[in-house]
Design a protein around this ligand. Structure first.
Ligand SMILES: [Zn+2]
Length: 428
């Protein structure tokens, strides 16, 4: 199949290329009917509305969502434990579900009767999957929804699916060769392993295998890993973003410049602490309202950090795009509007081997956030030593914030010391 065949067309042209007004009225309609139905049928949603003092009639547009609190994954696990098995979110009797899964948490995930329940087909199509692709699906098929959630959508497009699951890379190579497999679904790191296995067997993946298109999820895809795998197979690799609770939330198109929001949900980026709605380019937590009447999650906070852009995309799809997934909310601290990740800070400090350990302390003085790097060093460099300017410059470049520096004596920090200590006090 030619690259342009894989780049052209839409799964649902009318919806994916809607005008801003078209999107707006579609989202408003979905949210209004979801609020009405969910309030009536899902006890957890009734309770959530009542506690917030909100009536279903108050929710008529996306702007009204801000009246409702967000539900986190921790809340969902707690509600399921208190009110088993689905925490009061399910709107149908359990025996009317199609399948039931269990994800780590533990959290039960229901699959309703609707076709293509998790909505990945739109993303698969945008990334380049087409009818009659023969696809190995290397996600697991037991307990968690991963394998079946992708399979349903591949079948919906008209692909032939080979449910290979995780592992067995030698057998995966054999199947790919025998069946002329053109598509891969799974994790990019596993696809690289399959390629390495093929090479070790004396095969040339570009010539001896027929792989043209891959769709990866469930791990952060670096440019280096994507480039290596695309080169190894001579293929196109695209990624999607979703969760076991929500299904597909965003996906890349042929342009590879961020992940378009799905049309199956309304996605907001909220400040993780204040729940303020963030605009384009402002980082925050991905919060999802699913257009799913079987399991209506309203303002479900995924715990993932991202930002979005509304700039036009050459593919013609008009949905905003997540620029990238930046990590998890519980691992980061927001300082002066910027997220500070432990691993990002560690990467900067690792360039200065004379620093034995470090700790970041965030304080707030006169309404201004202050970021202090405490550096454990055998010997403090003399005042005016270039070290101070170099490390401050590296931190500013790495995490976009200007730090204060404090040298502390070795032994002050222990294995149990937190990497980031937030000492700010917030008015409730
Ligand atoms: Zn696009």
């Amino acid at each position: 199949m030619t690259a342009s065949t894989r780049s052209s067309g839409y799964y649902n042209r009318e919806r994916e290329t809607a005008s801003p007004e078209g999107w707006r009225s579609y989202h408003d309609r979905q949210i209004k009917s979801l609020a009405e139905q969910a309030y009536k049928m899902a006890p957890a949603i009734t309770d959530l509305f009542d506690r917030a003092g909100v009536k279903p009639a108050d929710i008529t547009s996306v702007d009204d969502l801000k009246l409702l609190p967000a539900t986190t994954k921790t809340d969902l696990a707690r509600l399921q434990a208190e009110n088993p098995p689905f925490g009061g979110f399910l709107t149908v009797p359990v025996n009317q579900l199609k399948r039931i899964f269990m994800s780590p948490g533990p959290i039960y995930d229901p699959q309703g009767q609707t076709n293509e329940f998790w909505g990945w087909a739109e993303g698969f199509y945008a990334s380049g999957f087409r009818p009659r692709d023969v696809v190995i699906n290397t996600f697991g098929y037991q307990m968690t929804p991963a394998g079946l959630m992708f399979e349903e959508s591949l079948l919906d497009i008209g692909c032939c699916v080979i449910p290979t699951g995780v592992g067995n890379s030698e057998t995966q190579v054999k199947i790919m060769k025998d069946m002329g497999v053109t598509g891969f679904v799974g994790m990019a790191s596993f696809l690289r392993k399959i390629g390495q296995t093929a090479i070790a067997e004396g095969l040339d993946p570009r010539k001896d295998l027929a792989l043209e298109i891959g769709y990866v999820a469930a791990e952060i895809l670096t440019d280096a890993l994507r480039g290596e795998v695309e080169e190894m197979f001579g293929m196109r690799l695209r990624q999607g973003y979703g969760t076991a609770d929500c299904g597909c939330l965003a996906y890349e198109c042929s342009e590879r410049n961020g992940m378009h929001f799905t049309s199956n949900a309304y996605i907001e980026i909220l400040d993780p602490r204040t729940r303020e709605v963030m605009g384009p380019g402002e980082p925050g937590e991905v919060v999802v309202t699913l257009f799913n009447s079987t399991y209506p999650l309203i303002r479900f906070a995924t715990g993932d950090l991202s930002a979005f852009t509304t700039e036009a995309c050459a593919c013609g799809r008009t949905a905003p795009r997540l620029t990238k997934i930046m990590g998890r909310v519980d691992q980061v601290t927001k300082v002066k509007g910027m997220f500070v990740h432990p691993q990002q800070a560690s990467a900067v400090i690792a360039k200065f081997p004379q620093v034995e350990k470090f700790q970041i302390v965030v304080t707030r003085v006169n309404e201004i956030d202050k970021l202090t790097f405490k550096l454990e060093m055998a010997q403090a460099p003399a005042t005016g030593d270039p070290f101070y300017g170099e490390i401050a410059g590296a931190i500013q470049e790495g995490i976009k914030l200007r730090p204060e520096l404090e040298i502390i004596t070795p032994g002050t920090l222990t294995e149990k010391s937190e990497l980031i200590v937030d000492e700010r006090v917030w008015d409730q």
